[in-house]
Design a protein around this ligand. Structure first.
Ligand code: HSE
Length: 310
């Protein structure tokens, strides 16, 4: 075990990636939650919030706490963790805020324990945290947060995670200043899918994976279409259709709702296009008087990072 203080940088992520509801996600550069962690000789987890989000510090009600408690169930002895959390990823923004807390915490804890657990184990623990935040054990933010790049979650039971090679891509994140809870955005989804929509959807999932692996930008662009989830959820996001249309007219390969929203992601081949898309986003939301946060960043191929502090 390491008698160290570490800083964990857990990146923001885009889940679903249009056609891949609950099975696809990718990590973003530049936007990270920060956790300062150390081992303590007492079972349990102490959480100290260093931001203004007022998240609960009681471990059983906190994403970090629940994920670490799931890990501690598989460890014997007087071991626990003290964790200072600074959230730079706003909860309810749609770019994997809860997943960054959950994945960052278990990844850091595992590092302090000399990496006794596999990445699949860590995803399993972090999914318990994700369940507290959203009512569902999805891994499409957690897996790319840990692995970096694009990941396919072929199955969650049993876990089967496949990192997908891809070209370097730029991403514009458009965050209209409203909050959408993942649990609410899941509760409005239809339980049945038309076969004709399912056929189009799995064509696009296969097309997107093939396009990423072959560096085929046209195929990526054609495949970034969601026939199942976006038509239902987009009503929660003001000016969504207009934003997506004008982003694509500005040169983006495509995009959609980031996770359960309200953030919207648009993928571009180069930085200039991603910056043009950002400008369009500012226009689209100033036209309706809704404040918007925007980021231009790129694909984070590295995933969660650890920095030793002592
Ligand atoms: N796949 C999840 C959903 C991601 O869309 O509900 C939530 O961030």
């Amino acid at each position: 075990m390491k008698n160290k203080i570490i800083k964990v940088l857990a990146p923001a992520t885009v889940a679903n990636v249009a056609c891949g509801f609950d099975v696809l996600g990718f990590a973003l550069s530049d936007i990270n939650d920060e956790l300062i962690m150390r081992l303590v000789p007492k079972r349990g987890v102490t959480i100290i919030n260093k931001d203004d989000f007022n998240l609960p510090t009681e471990p059983t009600q906190n994403v970090i706490g629940v994920s670490i408690l799931a890990m501690l169930e598989e460890i014997e002895g007087e071991i626990g963790f003290e964790i200072e959390s600074t959230k730079n990823i706003k909860p309810g923004s749609g770019i994997g805020s809860s997943a960054a807390s959950a994945a960052g915490a278990v990844y850091g804890a595992n590092y302090l324990l000399n990496n006794r657990f596999s990445n699949e184990d860590l995803i399993r623990f972090a999914m318990c945290g994700e369940e507290v935040a959203s009512g569902s054990k999805h891994a499409d933010n957690i897996a790319p947060c840990i692995y970096g790049g694009f990941t396919l979650i072929r199955s969650t039971a049993p876990l089967d995670i496949i990192p997908i090679p891809s070209p370097f891509l730029y991403v514009t994140i458009v965050h209209p200043q409203i909050e959408v809870k993942t649990s609410d955005a899941r509760s409005i989804l239809k339980k049945q899918v038309l076969l004709s929509d399912a056929v189009k959807q799995w064509g696009n999932v296969g097309g997107l994976i093939a396009g990423l692996m072959k560096n085929d930008y046209d195929l990526i662009s054609r495949s970034l279409v969601d026939h199942v989830i976006e038509p239902v959820r987009s009503i929660l996001i003001p000016n969504f259709d207009e934003m997506k249309k004008r982003g694509i007219e500005a040169g983006a390969l495509g995009g959609g709702i980031s996770g359960s929203g309200p953030s919207i992601f648009l993928i571009s081949k180069d930085q200039k296009t991603a910056l043009d898309v950002e400008k369009v986003a500012k226009d689209v939301y100033s036209e309706i008087g809704l404040p918007v946060f925007t980021y231009v960043t790129n694909l984070n191929k590295r995933g969660v990072q650890i920095i030793e502090m002592n």
